[in-house]
Design a binder for this molecule. Structure first.
Ligand code: IVH
Length: 705
């Protein structure tokens, strides 16, 4: 290393030269390390260069380069954060879009709890902050961990970054021993504008909206960058707790405020849907002057004991809902209609628009759903947009709400170009030129190319490596497209043969941007890690039509093993025993059953699935969280009147404990829970010698009395 001039002794010219030299050195070091996997300098030397660069920049702020190394986090992968498994999952919220949805929500809550319309039931109503959620864990009053939501189960460890946010206390006085505070990280409008101006002046990337700016600022590998970004935090919920915060939602929020958190001043207690809607209107009227983005109002049942009785559906609480503000709108030109071919062969028309800003986000594409939608009819055949069709060249109104994909809401016929023609869906797949047909009763036109259609194959592969399926680290949509185009993978089984193929000439991968010996080996290791995998992920990963994540879970739990599942699917035929067993699963209907049976009936599909399965060790599926449950695996029937909970609540609780709840008594029934007024079912159970309990006996059994 050449002798370095002391920073205090540098002239401005020397400093500019030195910054240029450091920028080049650090750039080369980054490339060597991240892309070529062949570091040329030691970590200590690298750190020294980075610190020297920062120190010179601090002395000569005007000389800071537009490509300053201090703004770059190397070619670092996003997986630079360690992972945190949330002690209590971070869920999302169901949505309400209009006043009647709010009344329906109240109705559902009351029904579940068995309350009448006259019974008192209070809710909190507060702004829904448009930022990103963060979970802060305090132990003995000290902040020990901060994690992003991630997929709800596992987030990213951003503790160092969170410590730089002024609204987040590092120490708490008088808090429960374990306290996970949850809330939203956001950026004010003023700070967002100032940040973008700074970014622009420094020739750096600007952000589309405050939410993106907040997310980009929090998820920095270098916490010093986060420190320089003006992030804020509102607390509105909690995760794990060693002692309750209060008896009510409002009480808990007040307690968080006492502990030193910012809580939203527009939080109100409401006694009815009318009051909730009135508060929504009040918040909406103040939206423009709040100084930060909100996208709706969140209502939560105030009584925490009722919240816990209400519990959760798979991804959302029953005790809360987000009442969204209406979508934002803008007019623009429809330049073209492109067709995308999906995993199941569906042809989806996509609008290519002259870019337009809608609610702070630049929109250049919008979904057009299907040919009926384009021609002005919904999927029930009823007219939409007053029956106006959509043509290339049209002046269209685009709207978006939250993260929802933009849609075309309206067409201005007065601006329609004279030669605009009605849109005609292609009857050949644009990707493989197989016939694209629309079956009676289906709004979607589908490519009949199956496995030979490259678009379907690629989409299937992307689905296969996706988060809820095989979730292979380092193998995302981009890599799948590249490998497919290069002919390395055509179906899921090929992914597991990549390491061997690499040995036989795939080394050209190494010459590709972003791939080195080390990253290839890392990828193959990540693939090998997924050879042993849960049954539900395999079923979901197959990408069978109508079989979503929840259905895959149900199927896995029902069949328990791959052999049992695949044997059943291969034999299921409408009307036979395997079919009846399949559709007896609560949550599996005829449409899904048909899709499964069809897939397992096609030779090419079966061969492809068999090739995949030969590469895997598929774990047996066990019912989650029912260890020690006295009713796990049992079939329970409820009859008569339940006095301590509603039927829906009883069913949900029993299912959560691993029981199957059935509506009728048969020889398969293990247990009947009979309340007052039980009639023929109790009689039949007695005849069959089935164990019968009253409601208290049931509550004793499940340890809930
Ligand atoms: S309560 C169990 N309250 O909205 C759910 N969420 O769509 C607890 N959000 O992931 C969430 N403001 O990031 C809650 N006042 C608020 C909120 C809020 C914004 C976000 C949060 C959540 C998302 C759900």
């Amino acid at each position: 290393m050449t002798a370095e001039i002391d920073i205090d002794a540098l002239t401005a010219d020397q400093a500019a030269q030195e910054l240029e030299r450091l920028s080049k050195l650090l750039d080369a070091a980054n490339r060597a390390y991240h892309t070529e996997d062949a570091p040329e300098i030691s970590d200590a030397e690298y750190d020294h260069l980075k610190r020297r660069n920062a120190a010179i920049e601090e002395r000569f702020p005007n000389l800071k380069r537009s490509d300053s190394p201090s703004e770059q986090v190397g070619a670092a992968p996003a997986d630079g954060f360690s992972k945190v498994t949330h002690a209590v999952a971070m869920l999302s919220l169901g949505n309400a879009f209009d006043d009647s949805d709010v009344a329906d929500f109240d109705g559902r809550v009351r029904k579940y709890l068995g309350l009448n319309a006259e019974d008192g039931l209070a809710y909190t109503a507060e702004p829904k902050i448009d930022g990103l959620s963060l979970s802060l864990r305090y132990e003995a009053g000290k902040l020990v961990q901060a994690a992003t939501r991630g997929d709800g189960a596992v987030g990213e460890n951003v503790t160092a970054n969170a410590r730089t946010i002024a609204d987040i206390p590092q120490d708490l006085d008088g808090a429960p021993d374990v306290l996970e505070v949850r809330g939203e990280v956001y950026m004010s409008h003023e700070d967002f504008e100032a940040l973008n101006t700074r970014q622009e002046n420094a020739n750096q990337k600007t952000f589309a909206n405050p939410r993106n700016a907040a997310a980009g600022s929090l998820r920095q590998l270098d916490a010093e960058i986060t420190r320089a970004r003006p992030l804020r935090f509102f607390a509105y919920a909690w995760g794990a707790l060693s002692a309750p915060l209060a008896e009510t939602q409002k009480g808990a929020i007040d307690r968080l405020a006492q502990l030193g958190f910012q809580t939203n001043p527009l939080t109100a207690l409401c006694e009815s849907p009318d009051q909730m809607i009135a508060h929504y209107r009040k918040i909406e009227s103040q939206r423009a002057i709040l100084g930060y983005d909100i996208d709706g109002v969140v209502y939560k049942v105030n009584n925490l004991a009722l919240q816990s009785r209400l519990g959760f559906r798979s991804t959302t609480p029953r005790w809360a809902i987000a009442h969204k503000f209406p979508a934002e709108l803008a007019w623009t030109r429809l330049e073209a209609i492109d067709i995308q071919v999906g995993r199941t062969g569906a042809l989806s028309p996509v609008a290519r628009l002259t870019p337009v800003t809608v609610g702070g986000v630049v929109v250049s594409n919008a979904t057009l759903h299907n040919e009926d939608y384009i021609s002005g009819r919904d999927n029930k055949g009823e007219t939409i947009r007053d029956g106006k069709d959509i043509r290339v060249g049209d002046w269209v109104q685009v709207y978006r709400a939250g993260d929802v994909i933009p849609k075309v809401a309206d067409v201005d016929l007065s601006k329609r170009p004279e030669r605009a023609q009605p849109y005609q869906m292609p009857d050949l797949c644009p990707e493989c030129h197989s016939a694209a047909i629309r079956e009676p009763g289906d709004a979607i036109r589908r490519c009949t190319g199956g496995l030979i259609c490259p678009a379907q194959a690629v989409e299937k592969l992307k689905h296969f490596v996706g988060r809820a399926a095989f979730d292979i680290e380092g193998l995302g949509a981009k890599q799948v497209e590249q490998f497919y185009a290069d002919g390395w993978i055509a179906e899921p089984a090929d992914i597991f043969a990549l390491r061997d193929r690499y040995g036989q000439g795939m080394q050209q991968l190494k010459n590709r941007e972003g791939w080195g010996e080390k990253s290839a080996t890392n990828l193959f290791d990540a693939i090998d890690e997924k050879r042993q995998i849960g049954l539900a992920r395999v079923i979901f990963g197959l990408g069978i039509r109508h079989v979503g994540e929840a259905a895959a879970n149900l199927l896995a739990i029902h069949y328990g093993s791959w052999d049992a599942f695949s044997t059943a699917m291969r034999t299921a035929e409408e009307g036979n025993a395997a079919w009846d067993d399949l559709i007896s699963i609560d949550g599996v209907g005829g449409v899904m059953a048909r899709a499964l049976a069809t897939t397992f009936n096609q030779e090419a599909e079966i061969a492809s699935i068999d090739r995949l399965v030969a590469q895997l060790q598929i774990e047996k599926a066990a019912r989650p969280d029912t260890d020690g449950s006295p009713v796990a695996g049992k079939t329970v029937v409820f009859t008569g009147t339940l006095e301590k909970m509603t039927r829906a609540e009883a069913k949900a609780r029993a299912e959560a404990l691993g029981a199957k709840v059935s509506g009728s008594v048969s020889a398969k029934t293990d247990l009947l829970v009979a309340g007052p007024g039980a009639g023929s079912k109790a009689k039949k159970a007695a005849e069959l010698g089935i164990e019968t309990l009253d409601e208290d006996g049931w509550l004793d059994l499940i340890g809930a009395s």
